[in-house]
Design a protein around this ligand. Structure first.
Ligand SMILES: *Cc1c(COP(=O)(O)O)cnc(C)c1O
Length: 366
């Protein structure tokens, strides 16, 4: 078998461990594993199957299309889809028993219209904006929305929900303010005659705010083993990014490496060429600022990250062509982690793993 060029390895045992652990941390609530954006770059269908095996009662996706793909793959668990543009035909979603979110009377009308055409009742989660100012109904318009929902035929309100803005900053007063508004919204929904479930918590709130677990928790990033809060949790990273040594060579002191000649050898040294670059998800901003795991230790990538390749300085060690190179992994052996890449490039681990969904990167499941 050829050595891998650019490969992400998805450890579904770790994913199942994470889901079971998260589910146990919220004992009174069901777990909705969020698998939007192709399972945060890990593969939505495979992740969804493993999550359900490990105890996730629900699946969460952003678009209806993502939800329908899960259904088409045979996933029968309840699925919530929460964001699509105007003009979306929700009828296939209603037919497939996908729960749909409504943040406004217009969205509710679109869903009710689809339910009428599908000849079925649509299950709706009404979303209230409690302070993120993104999706969700503003509190001022909320009474009108819940009253409308209560009298719209073919629509049954299953839950009211909202999304948190600063749950990853533990102790931030913004979360309490959002929780108070959420409470008001729930009471107004009850006053309108609804009897909905409630859900609010993302991974960060699941891990730090048991008072906000309500009926369902919606972890995303933690399912993939990445912890968004500086609080210990038994989470195991699911994605490893690996490649292999394509070529080795000695260069003499004074020779430079890669475009721009930004790195120059201070002594004779051995270089290993690794055939992954920014087209494969290695940020160019990591040029001269990253390491790889090669031959049992961390070694620096020297010079610029190119579109298709990076160069590793191995000093006087002589790795073999074909040797495995780990770009990032769980970190247990000392290999670089997703968090390391995110911190160095000024982003969050979410963006790194989600960005690994690329046509040239193969994905294998363990
Ligand atoms: C992405 C998302 C989540 C999961 O958030 P994490 O921070 O990854 O746990 C939960 N709810 C909604 C509405 C989301 O969009």
């Amino acid at each position: 078998m050829a050595a891998p060029r650019a490969e992400v390895v998805i450890d579904l045992d770790n994913l199942r461990h994470n889901v079971a652990h998260l589910d146990a941390l919220a004992p009174g609530a069901g777990t909705m594993a969020v698998v939007k954006a192709d399972g945060y770059g890990h593969g939505a269908v495979e992740v969804a199957r493993a999550a359900v095996q490990a105890g996730a009662a629900w699946l969460g996706s952003c678009s209806l299309d993502e939800a329908l793909r899960l259904r088409a793959a045979g996933l029968t668990a309840p699925i919530l889809a929460w964001l699509d543009p105007p003009g979306t035909d929700y009828a296939p979603g209603v037919e497939q028993g996908i729960d749909l979110s409504a943040s406004s009377p217009r969205q509710l009308d679109d869903i009710a219209d689809a339910a009428t055409r599908a000849g079925r009742t649509a299950r709706v989660h009404l979303k209230v904006d409690t302070g993120l100012s993104r999706g969700g109904c503003p509190p001022a318009d909320w009474p009108e929305l819940v009253e409308k929902a209560a009298r719209t035929p073919n629509v049954r309100v299953h839950a009211v929900w909202s999304h948190l803005a600063v749950a990853d900053e533990v102790g931030h007063p913004g979360t309490d303010a959002q929780a108070a508004r959420f409470d008001d919204a729930f009471r107004e929904a009850r006053a309108a005659g609804l009897d909905p479930l409630r859900h609010l918590a993302n991974s960060a709130a699941l891990l730090t705010r048991s008072d906000l677990h309500f009926d369902l928790v919606r972890p995303g990033i933690a399912v993939y083993g990445l912890n968004p809060v500086p609080v210990p949790a038994d989470l195991r990273p699911v994605m490893t990014f690996r490649s292999s040594v394509a070529l080795t060579k000695r260069i003499a002191v004074g020779e430079s490496v890669s475009y721009g000649m930004t790195w120059t050898a201070k002594s004779d040294t051995t270089l290993a060429l690794v055939p992954v670059g920014y087209a494969d998800g290695v940020p160019r901003a990591l040029s001269n600022r990253m390491h790889v795991w090669l031959g049992g230790r961390r070694r620096p990538v020297v010079g610029r990250v190119c579109m298709d390749q990076v160069v590793v300085d191995c000093g006087d060690d002589r790795p073999a062509e074909g040797d495995e190179v780990v770009l990032f992994g769980a970190g247990e052996r000392g290999e670089p982690t997703v968090r390391e890449w995110a911190d160095t490039t000024g982003t969050i681990d979410y963006e790194i793993v989600t960005g690994m969904y690329r046509p040239r990167v193969t994905r294998v499941y363990r």
